[in-house]
Every structure is written in structure tokens, then in C-alpha cells.
Ligand binder design. Structure first.
Ligand code: 13P
Length: 287
């Protein structure tokens, strides 16, 4: 069932668990995540970055594929289709394409412009029954080989953006997209606690879910995180399983070159990763 992320995240915040956002890259990824969510009886959010949207032939192709798959696979758990780190322009493209949720990443705009654009999108999303995520502070990550640590969000700025009526808020708390460097100091729970206190019942989003130790994930959930984004970890699991298959020479045996066989171990690895995360996040049987 394609729904906005609004209700599932309110429920998660109240129930002290988190819903996973798993980014999709192609048909196999999407099918693996949907089937696992159904099997686990868990709500799920499919994340689509602008790059992945372009790769999959545009947001309309993605939305139509996801809707058809939900129908054909008889997926009854709540599924949100969410634009990840959207520009202002991409937000409108996804609204038109039939997404049920968007993230407007206005963190690089001056705060006044971030506020103006977010206010406008709050109104449009409410009219369409869609959910909206905003970001305050920056999420670190690798750019040109340099890993940025990100900057921690200002709790007052978080309160200001939350009060505009968004449905979920991503606050930078020292989290990073991709693999964490060896010298990563860990999540700033001090920042998270301060943000949480300011924004009250607003569900908070933790980006960069790959490689965050389980105890930190649990603590983040206890401090108000209700949505956790995971992307790189599924990619690493898929690549490792595919490498193992090829290195074992299985693509050279019989019809092992058939993409339905060649990609199967990678798909199973994505499923195992998603299952493990759903168990850790506590969303199993919360559909
Ligand atoms: P990772 O790739 O580090 O898991 O981050 C995913 C993410 O935050 C997508 O917005």
C-alpha cells in the first residue's frame, strides 16, 4: 500500500522504534526491499536520490514501477516512496510523478530561503496528502575523496523549521553518508537530546545509517529518531555477494550467466541486510 510517511512515523515515534528508509537503484533492489518488508510485516520507506532517479529513467518510471510492484506482489504493509535529498526542482518533479513523500534539502540555502521554500512545500504536500522531510545542519560524507564530518544542527534552527509544519526533520548530529572513517568521533547525542527537547513530538531522521554501531542506533531511537536511512550497506552487501558468485566461477557454469541467476545472490544479500536493520530498528510487526 503506497502511503505518505506521516502516520508510520508518528506511530514509530510513539512506539519508540524507527522505520528504515532503504534507497533503491533498480528493479531487483526495489523487489528485494518490498518483499522483505512484507515478510517482516514492517512499514518501509523506499528512498530515491536524484542520481538514482535519473539512472532509472526518471521519477515517473520509478513511481510507476513501485506502484505496479506493490500491486503485483500484493504488498499490504505501508510503503512510502520518498525523494532523498531533493533539490527544489526535483521536489516538484516527484510531486508530479506520484511519489508519496519528499525530502527538500534546503540546508545549503541561507536560512531565510530555506524557510520560504520549505513553507511553500509544506502547503503543496498537505494538499496532495504527501509527507515532507527537511534538513538542518549538514550530513557529512565523501566529496572528492575528502570525508567531511558534517556540522551539528542548531537546535533553535531545528525548532524553527519543525514549526513550519514539516512531517520529519533530519538534524545533523555528526552522521556521515557512506563508510565511517576510523577517526569518526561518533554521533553527538548531546546535540540530538537538545534538538529532541526543542522539537517535541516531531519524528527525527538519522541519515548515514550504514556502519553506525547497534548501541548508538538504539540510543538515537531512544532520543527521538524515528526514521533511519540506509543506502551504502545494501550496496556493499550486493557487491560482495556478486563478487563471490563470479569469483567462484559460477557465471561460467551452465546458465550461470543468466542475469536472473547472476543477480540472485546480491538480491538475497540485500534482503538479509534489510531484515537485520528492521530487527535492529524495532519495526518488525509494526505494519
Ligand atoms: P548511507 O549510504 O551512509 O547508508 O546513508 C544513506 C542516507 O542517509 C541516504 O540519505
Amino acid at each position: 500500500m503506497l502511503v505518505s510517511a506521516k502516520e508510520m512515523l508518528i506511530k514509530a515515534k510513539e512506539g519508540h522504534y524507527a522505520v528504515g528508509q532503504f534507497n533503491i537503484n533498480n528493479l531487483e533492489w526495489t523487489k528485494a526491499i518490498l518483499q522483505t518488508a512484507q515478510e517482516m510485516n514492517s512499514p518501509v520507506i523506499l528512498g530515491v536520490s536524484e542520481g538514482a532517479g535519473k539512472y532509472m529513467c526518471g521519477f515517473k518510471t520509478v513511481a510507476d514501477m513501485v506502484k505496479a510492484m506493490i500491486d503485483e506482489l500484493k504488498i499490504t504493509v505501508p510503503v512510502a516512496l520518498h525523494l532523498d535529498h531533493g533539490t527544489y526542482e526535483a521536489c516538484y518533479k516527484c510531486i508530479d510523478a506520484g511519489f508519496s513523500s519528499i525530502m527538500f534539502d534546503g540546508s545549503h540555502y541561507p536560512i531565510e530561503e530555506n524557510v520560504a521554500k520549505t513553507t511553500e512545500l509544506v502547503k503543496v504536500c498537505a494538499e496532495k496528502g504527501m509527507s515532507l522531510e527537511a534538513e538542518v545542519g549538514s550530513i557529512g560524507g565523501e566529496e572528492d575523496g575528502v570525508v567531511g564530518m558534517g556540522e551539528c544542527a542548531d537546535p533553535n534552527e531545528c525548532k524553527m523549521i519543525a514549526d513550519l509544519g514539516v512531517n520529519m526533520l533530519a538534524a545533523g548530529i555528526g552522521n556521515i553518508h557512506g563508510k565511517y572513517p576510523a577517526n569518526w568521533p561518533g554521533l553527538s547525542f548531546e546535540t540530538l537530546a537538545a534538538v529532541s527537547e526543542k522539537v517535541g513530538s516531531m519524528p527525527l531522521v538519522l541519515h548515514g545509517g550504514t556502519g553506525i554501531p547497534a548501541d548508538m542506533i538504539k540510543k538515537a531511537i531512544s532520543l527521538g529518531v524515528s526514521k533511519i536511512n540506509v543506502n551504502t550497506e545494501c550496496q556493499l552487501a550486493f557487491a560482495a555477494a556478486t563478487r563471490e558468485y563470479v569469483e567462484a566461477g559460477k557465471d561460467l557454469q551452465g546458465k550461470g550467466f543468466d542475469p536472473r541467476k547472476l543477480l540472485a545472490p546480491g538480491v538475497e544479500a540485500i534482503k538479509a541486510t534489510v531484515k537485520e536493520k528492521m530487527e535492529l530498528f524495532g519495526s518488525v510487526n509494526k505494519a
